[in-house]
Design a protein around this ligand. Sequence first.
Ligand SMILES: NC(=O)C1=CN([C@@H]2O[C@H](COP(=O)(O)OP(=O)(O)OC[C@H]3O[C@@H](n4cnc5c(N)ncnc54)[C@H](O)[C@@H]3O)[C@@H](O)[C@H]2O)C=CC1
Ligand SMILES: O=C([O-])C1=[NH+]CCC1
Length: 356
Amino acid sequence: MLDIMAAPPVVIWKQEVQRLLHCRDLVPRLEEALGKFSRRDSAEVIQPVRSILPLQKHHGFLGLMPTYMENDGVLSTKLVCFYNREAGSTLPAATATVMLLDPEFGNVKAVIDGEDITKMRTAVVSAISAKLLMCPGADVLAILGTGKQAIAHYNVFTEMFQFKEVRVWSRTRQGVERFCRSASGPVTACVSAEEAVRGADAIVTVTSSTEPVLFGRWVKPGAHVAAVGACRPNWRELDEVLMKEAVVYSDSRDGAMTESGDVILSGAEVFAELGDVINGTKPAHREKTTVFKSLGKYLTFAQFILYGKYFSTIQYIKSCFVYLQQDWELKMRCLLSWFSTNGKPKPVYHEVSCQS
Ligand SMILES: NC(=O)C1=CN([C@@H]2O[C@H](COP(=O)(O)OP(=O)(O)OC[C@H]3O[C@@H](n4cnc5c(N)ncnc54)[C@H](O)[C@@H]3O)[C@@H](O)[C@H]2O)C=CC1
Ligand SMILES: O=C([O-])C1=[NH+]CCC1
């Protein structure tokens, strides 16, 4: 009998994830995943609202986020712990691990560090919301919060759009200073959230706050807000006025109705999922003030890309060694081609079945 569990899972950890995962790969793949999710075709993707286990002693939660994409043969789950940290805490607000399983046999194929996947996936989905909903010619981006998600959003938004000014605010001066040092370009440090968002065309809220940090009276009509924090039904980042005035989009309607305090406590209606806009079944109201309420879905493609790339790298290196044992001409060609790709693997999305 085949011993499925004989091969241990591969571990793809931080540095490897950082080397292999790129924003440019993720944008089209996540748009595709968002569209598939909103079609509610169970052969395309099944992703229930995550189950939550409270970690009361630590003021945190464990979220279990399984996804199955039958047509693509991808089964995975993320385990994410997120916390309501006290002011001044240097501990992370969220930590994550991803597991990729074989849907036929149920064995774990890969255990993948989820921190960078979470940072990049979340920032890329927010950027997709801005691509769909932000007014054309947006000049000013404001970021509230200066943690890991804030810098990931800065990186992705400045790579995808041409803002003339990026403003940042945090509740601590040290947070703003640290952010400015890590940012790859000029940033305007603001002393209040109001100063940061007045007149901004795009606003990203990436705080661990459980109370509103962004108020509708400050927001320019027609601005786009990507609201990333406040992922519990009694946590908020946005006030009632903003939630009621804006057209609200989400990554998952069910997720927003179950997990988002901004939606639940304000009684705001979720107008559409981002996937509905991608599928053309709901309009993108760029001319209006829009809120994208992000809760964290659609990981699968990130894991899939990573796993595929990981194996393509291993295969590439292996094939180089095979060549090296053969003749000199092949050896030279192989080395040249390795250097000409800068040592980076070519993206391969469908090599999930090859085991090294
Ligand atoms: N929607 C999604 O898919 C995801 C959401 N998150 C959430 O995004 C938020 C930020 O995550 P990270 O950047 O990883 O955390 P982090 O710990 O690196 O940064 C948190 C930021 O929030 C600020 N902050 C904390 N309490 C605040 C308060 N009361 N008022 C104003 N600012 C406050 C901190 O000063 C810091 O700048 C968290 O709520 C996290 O749970 C994280 C990952 C994915
Ligand atoms: O999807 C995710 O990783 C998270 N959502 C809320 C906190 C972390």
